[in-house]
Design a protein around this ligand. Structure first.
Ligand code: FES
Ligand code: FES
Length: 177
């Protein structure tokens, strides 16, 4: 395919995104994933590219407070959304409580999965707080408690090649109390 033919087929669109509280108005390829837009266009490299196929969770970010695999999300599909990446979790008072707990409980080794684990964990706490059940919630008529089984089920979309699962679960349990 010639360069002229290729460029004739590329479609772009302008999208508005608020990322970690900062508004952006950018023109993107309609095929661009949110992960690539965050990393390549906005310079936010916290969300990591692991599999790029929706299998590992290292690219997890929050869109409207809900966790998504940003490698499976087209940027144009979230036009107008509020996006939070790991860079946006810390507040004025310092690191997010989960970030502190991950450090205190040594829930990371290489750290590659940590941005996705942290964003997923923030959403898991919110889901439990909102009373949303999971596949292992025993009683659908009662608010789910974030016990070890619930935490493991809800975090099962995030893989850790270093095998830090036990410490990650302890860190989440501490903040969930
Ligand atoms: S990089 Fe998105 S799920 Fe693996
Ligand atoms: S800490 Fe290395 S992949 Fe999770």
């Amino acid at each position: 395919m010639t360069d002229e033919l290729h460029s004739a087929r590329v479609r772009t669109r302008t999208v508005r995104l608020t990322v970690n509280g900062v508004p952006h108005h950018i023109r993107v390829d309609t095929r661009a994933t949110l992960l690539d837009t965050l990393r390549e266009r906005l310079g936010l490299t916290g969300a990591k590219k692991g599999c790029d196929h929706g299998e590992c969770g290292t690219c997890t970010v929050l869109v409207g407070g809900r966790r998504v695999y940003s490698c499976l999300t087209l940027t144009v599909a979230v036009d107008g959304a509020e996006v939070t990446t790991v860079e946006g979790l810390a507040g004025d008072g310092g690191p997010h409580p989960l970030q502190r707990a991950f450090v205190e409980h040594r829930a990371v080794q290489c750290g590659y999965c940590a941005p996705g684990q942290l964003c997923a964990a923030v959403a898991v706490l919110a889901e439990a707080e909102a009373g949303m059940p999971s596949a292992v919630t025993p009683d659908l008529s009662a608010p789910p408690a974030l016990d070890p089984a619930e935490t493991r089920e809800r975090m099962s979309g995030n893989l850790c090649r270093c095998g830090c699962y036990g410490r990650i679960a302890v860190a989440i349990a501490e903040v969930a109390r």
